[in-house]
Design a binder for this molecule. Sequence first.
Ligand SMILES: [Zn+2]
Ligand SMILES: [Zn+2]
Length: 286
Amino acid sequence: MHYLGAHVSIAGGLHKAFNEARKLDINTFQVFTRNPRGWKFKPLDDDIIAKFHHAKKESGIEKIVSHMPYLPNPCSPDLEQFQKSLEALLEELDRCSKLGVPFVVMHIGHHKGQAEKGWKNFKIALERAFEVIPSNVMLLAENSAGERNSIGTTPEDLQKILAMAEELGGNSRNFGFCFDTCHAHAGGADLSTPEKFAEALDTFHDAIDLSRIQVVHLNDAKAPPGSGLDRHENIGDGTIGIESFKWFLNETDLARRVPLILETPIRKGGKSHVDDLRILRKIVQT
Ligand SMILES: [Zn+2]
Ligand SMILES: [Zn+2]
């Protein structure tokens, strides 16, 4: 059995995510627990928490993933932005603990040309996170797509981050990685054939051990490998391609172990998660 899911909407309330999951017939999903586009958010009240727990119990879905909002950048060299990012991260860990959401995915971020300062701030963010991380939540750093000034694209960067985290109190219960297939491909790990995909996974395994990956973002890519462009594409329509996903889903322990979350485009009058899920169900051997 695979954990096959998608990023779903929380329009109308956080607990509505479970309705979306039911409609898509998925056994795992990802949400933003708040408006992802700003710094401001509504605190969780008891009613929201109770409704979420009730819906969770009814659904039987345990593998729920929260994605950090878009603005926080824990590598920012700008003090004000860094502090706001850190607050948002600590807040999200607390929210997820209250909601019973076990995974918090964060983007590692951009150093804006000040690499040393960026790494230094990221280290501070990790240190603070591990001081307060609740026992029922795991922090997952997502691999970047190799955009200019980003941190966390290469296996080497991820290895450095893992070492840093472990030095600061991270361990296999509270820290891991989210592996985004589009980001890895755009970041230079060519996934366009099963052979190349296997080779790339070996390289990541040597750096961080694949057992540290707790969530996969299953996205095809619009741009060629190594492009540094974070452009997701529907499964089978991009430069990774259907044969690679078929291999990954059926031939790797990773794909059989962790939540596989679609973050593919939803197009007006075109493809949506329904179509991507249909394709995945067609190629997956149970
Ligand atoms: Zn992603
Ligand atoms: Zn992306």
